[in-house]
Design a protein around this ligand. Structure first.
Ligand SMILES: [Mg+2]
Length: 293
């Protein structure tokens, strides 16, 4: 077994779950409210608007697992399989589910891309961060860049018609692809956002709220990743922003988890995750897929 690769894949999946579970406590709060209530939140304590159990994850992690399971079921054409796992999860009546995705699931009648367009028209926009928060398994499972790009775009378009979503998902997964090969975090980010609207926003503190709008989310994710020195700092920074903190934490945590690897995730964080067993099972299958053939 390639232990370093396994550690990075495991770090990526746990990074999403930990960022989600920690940030779930502060979702929709303002920075000031968080400061008043928690000082600076550093522990996975649950609660928050969803009244979470400590270590309970939300839609970010559950849909990441759905995307992973769909890919593992049909690596060639995973859209239907991913959709099947999404709907299976949707039928469990999850408490946290984004507006765009809820709308798509409610309207779905057999054609994902068509439904995503209908939702985009109904809602007047579809530039949410919901396809970004779940796309990491594509980069973990496929080692060829052509497959990575193709599946990353498809999984995004299943629910998010706005082209900015697929565009950011591709940048994100290409960064993950570099990190899996041991490249430096800062170098990988700069290489992949080059020429995009994100390039000029890497240094200064974002002047946008930490919202679920894909452009805002990605600006915060990149800023956090470039201005922290270890995994803990990444997910804590996201959690203490408030707003869409669980999703920003999950997205930033996924890349940080690959880069700093599973070994870099504090054990108290990884051990707190309630669905550890399911996560571990999917992680070993992702590793097998990437390293077979
Ligand atoms: Mg969530």
């Amino acid at each position: 077994m390639d232990n370093m690769l396994m550690d990075r894949i495991k770090g990526g999946m746990y990074g999403v779950a930990v960022g989600d579970a920690l940030g779930g406590t502060t979702e929709f709060m303002t920075e000031r409210e968080i400061k008043e209530k928690y000082g600076y939140l550093t522990e996975i304590i649950g609660g928050g608007v969803w009244n979470l159990e400590p270590g309970e994850v939300t839609d970010d992690t559950m849909m990441t697992l759905g995307a992973a399971d769909g890919i593992l079921e049909n690596a060639e054409e995973p859209v239907e399989a991913i959709g099947h796992f999404f709907m299976e999860w949707y039928r469990t009546r999850p408490k946290d589910i984004g507006n765009i995705i809820r709308h798509v699931f409610g309207k779905y009648e057999g054609d994902w891309f068509e439904t995503a367009f209908v939702a985009h028209m109904d809602l007047g926009q579809s530039a949410g961060n919901g396809s970004l928060m779940r796309c990491l398994p594509v980069a973990l499972a496929y080692k060829e860049l052509a497959d990575l790009d193709r599946v990353t775009i498809m999984q995004s378009r299943m629910t998010h018609y706005d082209p900015r979503c697929a565009e950011v998902c591709v940048m994100y997964n290409r960064i993950a692809h570099r990190l899996l090969q041991g490249e430096d975090l800062g170098t990988s980010i700069k290489a992949e956002v080059k020429g995009s609207e994100y390039e000029e926003h890497l240094e200064a503190l974002p002047d946008c709220p930490p919202s679920g709008f894909i452009v805002h989310t990605f600006r915060w994710v990149l800023y956090i990743l470039l201005h922290t020195a270890n995994f803990e700092e990444v997910v804590q920074k996201a959690a203490n922003l408030g707003g869409d903190s669980d999703t920003i934490g999950a997205i930033a945590g996924g890349l940080a988890g690959i880069y700093y690897s599973y070994e870099g995730i504090p054990a108290r964080y990884a051990n707190a995750i309630l669905i550890k067993e399911r996560l571990d099972h999917t992680i070993s299958q992702l590793y097998e897929m990437r390293t077979s053939c």
